[in-house]
Design a binder for this molecule. Sequence first.
Ligand code: MAN
Length: 353
Amino acid sequence: MNVYRYEENPVVTPFDVKPHRPDFEVIGAFNAGIAKYNNEIIMLLRVAERPLSEDSNIVKAPIYKPETNELEILEFRLDDPIYDFADPRVIRVAGDQKGFKYLTSLSYLRIARSKDGHQFTIDENPFVYPSNELETFGIEDPRITQIEDTYYIYFSAVSPVGVGESMVSTKDFVTTEHHGMIFAPENKDVLIFPEKINGKYYALHRPVPKSTGAPEIWIAESTNLLHWGNHKHLLGLREGMWDSGRMGGGAVPIKTEKGWLELYHGATTDHRYCMGAVLLDLEDPTKVIARSDQPILEPEAEYEVEGFFGNVVFSCGAIVEEDVVKMFYGVADTSMACAELSLKEILDSMTYL
Ligand code: MAN
């Protein structure tokens, strides 16, 4: 696969983003949703910020309080045996392998704009910020689907009761309308198709089943983008391969002559995240036509391998111009990068079932 990584990569880093309050620092500007609006590329960044800490022995956890619309900041000592700080993203209760207790940063969504996809200007203020009891640990990994003149923005809403997917919409990237949670916990990586197919809207989603099953890709349909049903299991993990541990949709599905092309992420059990492709039937996207055996992009460049959480390439959006796929992607849970790939080469590289 020929991959042309931009010379400017990473195109946006945490240093480019001013914290939204003076006592915080930006540690991530990554996993951005992508849209075209008024001849500009909108990169809707997941900005992760944490409270500044003078003492390297103290880890702080910022929590949004809907009652006061303010943040509460909890403090933990790194040597406290009750907690496990091994994963820099989360604070776990020691010995509890299942979930996490707190996050070490709070994420919200902020707009970066560009004419050419290489140079970005970042808005002064957050665009979508936690605003209710399902978002107290933050909002993450947005995707944007444009349907006519409305942009639907959906993202992981994180709180102590779980991680689900919530949605807002906008027509101007200034004001938003909130639509609430569209997929209940645990669910992430929702991707709404950009048009109706045979009279129905479709969305990919990624539940995390507990009793039996794995974090794999499902598909659902809707008549109004809010209520989703007729769920079907779409794509599973593959033992011994790059998508053996967990997976989820990435970019908004791309309509091609051969089918709906979905660029999705897959990770191994040791958290190495790659991007690959799956092709779905144009008339019936619940049918898989082809899939990548090899990743189309894997963490190789230094900025993909090293960072807050290294060995991660994670796309939430791409722009396609004729044969050129401009895939924007988060690197190492830290920054944003872009790579150009050939649409034809991606389609030709896949294994047809
Ligand atoms: C995982 C990671 C984190 C994220 C949490 C909550 O631990 O993807 O980056 O903050 O889930 O969504």
